[in-house]
Design a binder for this molecule. Structure first.
Ligand code: GLU
Length: 264
Protein backbone atom coordinates (compact mmCIF):
# COMPACT_ATOMS: atom_id res chain seq x y z
CA UNK A 1 0.00 0.00 0.00
CA UNK A 2 1.49 3.35 -1.07
CA UNK A 3 1.81 5.93 1.70
CA UNK A 4 3.39 9.39 1.69
CA UNK A 5 6.29 7.97 3.72
CA UNK A 6 7.11 5.22 1.28
CA UNK A 7 6.72 7.38 -1.84
CA UNK A 8 9.77 7.53 -4.08
CA UNK A 9 8.41 9.38 -7.12
CA UNK A 10 6.32 12.38 -6.16
CA UNK A 11 4.27 14.78 -8.26
CA UNK A 12 3.81 18.13 -6.53
CA UNK A 13 1.24 20.53 -7.94
CA UNK A 14 1.33 24.14 -6.89
CA UNK A 15 -1.46 26.59 -7.60
CA UNK A 16 -1.49 30.23 -8.58
CA UNK A 17 -2.76 31.38 -5.18
CA UNK A 18 0.36 29.86 -3.59
CA UNK A 19 2.85 31.16 -6.15
CA UNK A 20 1.61 34.67 -6.75
CA UNK A 21 0.23 37.61 -4.85
CA UNK A 22 -3.33 38.68 -5.64
CA UNK A 23 -1.88 41.33 -7.99
CA UNK A 24 -0.31 38.54 -10.07
CA UNK A 25 3.31 39.25 -9.15
CA UNK A 26 5.37 36.26 -8.05
CA UNK A 27 5.63 35.52 -4.34
CA UNK A 28 9.40 35.18 -4.43
CA UNK A 29 9.81 34.13 -0.81
CA UNK A 30 7.28 31.30 -1.25
CA UNK A 31 8.86 30.07 -4.49
CA UNK A 32 12.31 30.14 -2.93
CA UNK A 33 11.11 28.06 0.01
CA UNK A 34 9.33 25.60 -2.26
CA UNK A 35 12.32 25.17 -4.55
CA UNK A 36 14.63 24.67 -1.58
CA UNK A 37 12.46 21.91 -0.12
CA UNK A 38 11.94 20.16 -3.49
CA UNK A 39 15.68 20.33 -4.23
CA UNK A 40 16.37 18.83 -0.82
CA UNK A 41 13.83 16.04 -1.38
CA UNK A 42 15.66 15.23 -4.59
CA UNK A 43 18.98 15.26 -2.74
CA UNK A 44 17.52 12.77 -0.28
CA UNK A 45 16.96 10.36 -3.15
CA UNK A 46 13.31 10.95 -3.97
CA UNK A 47 12.20 11.86 -7.49
CA UNK A 48 10.17 15.02 -7.95
CA UNK A 49 7.99 16.29 -10.78
CA UNK A 50 6.52 19.76 -10.36
CA UNK A 51 3.23 20.76 -11.95
CA UNK A 52 3.03 24.52 -11.79
CA UNK A 53 0.22 26.94 -12.40
CA UNK A 54 0.42 30.71 -12.52
CA UNK A 55 1.48 31.31 -16.12
CA UNK A 56 -1.71 33.23 -16.86
CA UNK A 57 -1.89 34.98 -13.47
CA UNK A 58 1.77 36.01 -13.51
CA UNK A 59 1.57 37.06 -17.17
CA UNK A 60 -1.41 39.24 -16.31
CA UNK A 61 0.57 40.75 -13.44
CA UNK A 62 3.60 41.47 -15.63
CA UNK A 63 1.40 43.05 -18.28
CA UNK A 64 -0.18 45.27 -15.63
CA UNK A 65 -3.69 43.85 -16.14
CA UNK A 66 -6.07 44.23 -13.21
CA UNK A 67 -7.33 40.67 -13.50
CA UNK A 68 -6.81 37.47 -15.41
CA UNK A 69 -8.09 37.99 -18.98
CA UNK A 70 -11.36 36.22 -19.78
CA UNK A 71 -11.02 35.88 -23.55
CA UNK A 72 -9.09 33.00 -25.08
CA UNK A 73 -6.57 35.19 -26.91
CA UNK A 74 -5.93 37.25 -23.80
CA UNK A 75 -5.33 34.15 -21.67
CA UNK A 76 -3.03 32.67 -24.29
CA UNK A 77 -1.04 35.88 -24.55
CA UNK A 78 -0.77 36.29 -20.78
CA UNK A 79 0.36 32.65 -20.44
CA UNK A 80 3.11 33.19 -23.02
CA UNK A 81 4.47 36.04 -20.89
CA UNK A 82 4.00 34.34 -17.52
CA UNK A 83 5.40 30.94 -18.51
CA UNK A 84 8.74 32.57 -19.40
CA UNK A 85 8.92 34.29 -16.06
CA UNK A 86 7.99 31.10 -14.20
CA UNK A 87 10.60 28.96 -15.93
CA UNK A 88 13.25 31.64 -15.62
CA UNK A 89 12.62 31.81 -11.88
CA UNK A 90 12.45 28.04 -11.30
CA UNK A 91 15.48 27.37 -13.46
CA UNK A 92 17.57 29.98 -11.67
CA UNK A 93 16.55 28.78 -8.20
CA UNK A 94 16.90 25.04 -8.85
CA UNK A 95 20.30 25.70 -10.46
CA UNK A 96 21.46 27.25 -7.17
CA UNK A 97 20.98 23.80 -5.63
CA UNK A 98 22.53 21.97 -8.58
CA UNK A 99 19.33 20.62 -10.10
CA UNK A 100 18.47 20.67 -13.78
CA UNK A 101 14.92 21.65 -14.69
CA UNK A 102 13.05 20.60 -17.83
CA UNK A 103 10.00 22.38 -19.20
CA UNK A 104 7.15 20.11 -20.29
CA UNK A 105 4.01 21.70 -21.71
CA UNK A 106 1.04 19.43 -22.38
CA UNK A 107 -2.40 19.72 -23.92
CA UNK A 108 -5.30 17.31 -23.52
CA UNK A 109 -5.09 15.95 -27.05
CA UNK A 110 -1.63 14.59 -26.21
CA UNK A 111 -3.01 12.24 -23.59
CA UNK A 112 -6.09 11.33 -25.62
CA UNK A 113 -4.05 9.88 -28.45
CA UNK A 114 -2.39 6.57 -27.56
CA UNK A 115 0.84 7.17 -29.49
CA UNK A 116 1.33 10.75 -28.35
CA UNK A 117 0.48 9.73 -24.80
CA UNK A 118 3.11 7.03 -24.82
CA UNK A 119 5.63 9.51 -26.29
CA UNK A 120 4.90 11.94 -23.46
CA UNK A 121 5.23 9.15 -20.89
CA UNK A 122 8.57 8.11 -22.46
CA UNK A 123 9.86 11.65 -22.30
CA UNK A 124 8.98 11.91 -18.62
CA UNK A 125 10.59 8.53 -17.96
CA UNK A 126 13.79 9.59 -19.73
CA UNK A 127 13.87 12.89 -17.84
CA UNK A 128 13.64 10.93 -14.59
CA UNK A 129 16.45 8.63 -15.74
CA UNK A 130 18.57 11.69 -16.54
CA UNK A 131 17.87 13.01 -13.05
CA UNK A 132 16.21 16.18 -14.35
CA UNK A 133 13.30 17.82 -12.60
CA UNK A 134 10.35 18.16 -14.98
CA UNK A 135 8.32 21.34 -14.55
CA UNK A 136 4.98 20.80 -16.19
CA UNK A 137 2.15 23.10 -17.15
CA UNK A 138 -0.65 23.08 -19.62
CA UNK A 139 0.47 24.61 -22.92
CA UNK A 140 -1.90 27.51 -22.37
CA UNK A 141 -0.59 29.55 -25.27
CA UNK A 142 -1.95 27.08 -27.81
CA UNK A 143 -4.65 25.35 -25.75
CA UNK A 144 -8.10 26.38 -26.83
CA UNK A 145 -11.20 24.92 -25.23
CA UNK A 146 -11.26 21.67 -27.16
CA UNK A 147 -7.58 21.05 -26.38
CA UNK A 148 -7.38 22.08 -22.77
CA UNK A 149 -7.43 20.17 -19.50
CA UNK A 150 -8.84 23.39 -18.08
CA UNK A 151 -7.18 23.13 -14.70
CA UNK A 152 -3.85 21.97 -13.40
CA UNK A 153 -5.36 19.78 -10.68
CA UNK A 154 -6.63 17.42 -13.37
CA UNK A 155 -3.38 17.82 -15.31
CA UNK A 156 -1.33 16.90 -12.24
CA UNK A 157 -3.34 13.70 -11.72
CA UNK A 158 -2.78 12.76 -15.35
CA UNK A 159 0.93 13.46 -14.99
CA UNK A 160 1.02 11.31 -11.84
CA UNK A 161 -0.51 8.43 -13.79
CA UNK A 162 1.71 8.99 -16.87
CA UNK A 163 4.86 9.09 -14.77
CA UNK A 164 3.89 6.12 -12.55
CA UNK A 165 4.23 8.30 -9.48
CA UNK A 166 3.81 6.94 -5.94
CA UNK A 167 2.22 10.08 -4.55
CA UNK A 168 0.41 13.20 -5.74
CA UNK A 169 0.53 16.32 -3.56
CA UNK A 170 -1.71 19.30 -4.33
CA UNK A 171 -0.46 22.47 -2.66
CA UNK A 172 -3.16 25.06 -2.29
CA UNK A 173 -4.34 28.01 -0.20
CA UNK A 174 -6.20 25.91 2.37
CA UNK A 175 -4.87 23.16 4.63
CA UNK A 176 -7.08 20.36 3.36
CA UNK A 177 -10.63 19.31 2.60
CA UNK A 178 -13.26 20.50 5.09
CA UNK A 179 -16.70 19.18 5.88
CA UNK A 180 -18.06 22.53 4.64
CA UNK A 181 -16.61 25.82 3.39
CA UNK A 182 -14.52 26.94 6.42
CA UNK A 183 -14.53 30.53 5.16
CA UNK A 184 -18.28 30.61 5.64
CA UNK A 185 -19.04 27.97 8.25
CA UNK A 186 -17.04 28.12 11.52
CA UNK A 187 -18.24 24.61 12.38
CA UNK A 188 -16.48 23.15 9.36
CA UNK A 189 -13.69 20.74 10.27
CA UNK A 190 -10.81 19.36 8.34
CA UNK A 191 -10.98 15.77 7.14
CA UNK A 192 -7.66 14.01 7.76
CA UNK A 193 -8.19 10.87 5.73
CA UNK A 194 -10.60 10.08 2.91
CA UNK A 195 -11.09 6.39 2.25
CA UNK A 196 -13.56 6.92 -0.59
CA UNK A 197 -14.72 9.97 -2.55
CA UNK A 198 -18.48 10.13 -2.02
CA UNK A 199 -21.19 12.44 -3.39
CA UNK A 200 -21.36 14.05 0.03
CA UNK A 201 -17.69 15.00 -0.18
CA UNK A 202 -18.11 16.31 -3.70
CA UNK A 203 -20.91 18.49 -2.39
CA UNK A 204 -18.79 19.78 0.52
CA UNK A 205 -16.05 20.70 -1.96
CA UNK A 206 -18.11 22.94 -4.19
CA UNK A 207 -17.00 26.54 -4.64
CA UNK A 208 -14.53 28.35 -6.81
CA UNK A 209 -10.86 29.10 -6.39
CA UNK A 210 -9.04 32.41 -6.16
CA UNK A 211 -9.41 35.34 -8.59
CA UNK A 212 -6.15 34.46 -10.39
CA UNK A 213 -6.28 30.66 -10.40
CA UNK A 214 -8.72 28.24 -11.96
CA UNK A 215 -9.26 25.32 -9.63
CA UNK A 216 -11.13 25.01 -6.36
CA UNK A 217 -11.67 22.08 -4.05
CA UNK A 218 -13.90 20.22 -6.51
CA UNK A 219 -11.17 20.02 -9.16
CA UNK A 220 -8.87 18.69 -6.41
CA UNK A 221 -11.35 15.94 -5.62
CA UNK A 222 -11.59 15.13 -9.28
CA UNK A 223 -7.79 14.91 -9.43
CA UNK A 224 -7.77 12.69 -6.34
CA UNK A 225 -10.36 10.44 -8.00
CA UNK A 226 -8.18 9.99 -11.09
CA UNK A 227 -4.97 9.36 -9.13
CA UNK A 228 -6.34 7.15 -6.35
CA UNK A 229 -8.14 4.97 -8.91
CA UNK A 230 -4.69 4.19 -10.32
CA UNK A 231 -3.25 3.35 -6.90
CA UNK A 232 -1.68 6.77 -6.26
CA UNK A 233 -2.51 8.32 -2.88
CA UNK A 234 -3.22 12.05 -3.05
CA UNK A 235 -2.71 14.75 -0.46
CA UNK A 236 -4.33 18.19 -0.47
CA UNK A 237 -2.43 20.55 1.82
CA UNK A 238 -1.52 24.18 2.24
CA UNK A 239 1.37 25.53 0.19
CA UNK A 240 1.95 28.37 2.61
CA UNK A 241 4.77 26.63 4.41
CA UNK A 242 6.53 24.26 1.98
CA UNK A 243 8.61 22.82 4.86
CA UNK A 244 5.47 20.93 5.91
CA UNK A 245 6.27 18.62 3.01
CA UNK A 246 9.05 17.17 5.19
CA UNK A 247 6.54 16.43 7.96
CA UNK A 248 4.10 14.86 5.53
CA UNK A 249 6.79 12.57 4.13
CA UNK A 250 7.86 11.71 7.68
CA UNK A 251 4.36 10.38 8.29
CA UNK A 252 2.67 13.35 10.04
CA UNK A 253 -1.04 13.94 9.48
CA UNK A 254 -0.80 17.02 7.28
CA UNK A 255 -3.68 18.15 5.07
CA UNK A 256 -6.16 15.62 3.74
CA UNK A 257 -4.91 12.24 2.56
CA UNK A 258 -7.01 10.46 -0.07
CA UNK A 259 -6.09 6.82 0.20
CA UNK A 260 -5.29 4.96 -2.98
CA UNK A 261 -7.69 2.31 -4.14
CA UNK A 262 -6.30 -1.18 -3.71
CA UNK A 263 -5.52 -2.54 -7.14
CA UNK A 264 -6.59 -6.03 -8.03
N1 GLU B 1 -2.31 26.49 -16.65
C1 GLU B 1 -2.80 27.64 -15.93
C2 GLU B 1 -1.69 28.64 -15.71
O1 GLU B 1 -0.53 28.30 -15.70
C3 GLU B 1 -3.31 27.29 -14.58
C4 GLU B 1 -4.47 26.39 -14.50
C5 GLU B 1 -4.88 26.21 -13.05
O2 GLU B 1 -4.62 27.12 -12.24
O3 GLU B 1 -5.44 25.19 -12.73
O4 GLU B 1 -1.98 29.79 -15.50
Amino acid sequence: MNTPQSAHRIVVKVGTSTLAYPNGRLNIRRIEQLVKVLADLKNSGREVLLVTSAAIGVGAGLLGLKERPHDVGGKQAAAAVGQCELMYTYDKLFAEYGHQTAQVLLTRDVVEDAIRKSNAANTLARLMEFGALPIINENDTVATEELEFGDNDTLSAIVAVLSHADLLILLTDIDGLYTDNPRENPEARRIDVVEKITDELLHAAKGAGSPLGTGGMSTKLHAAEIATAEGIPTVVMSGENPELLYDLLDGAAIGTLFKAKERA
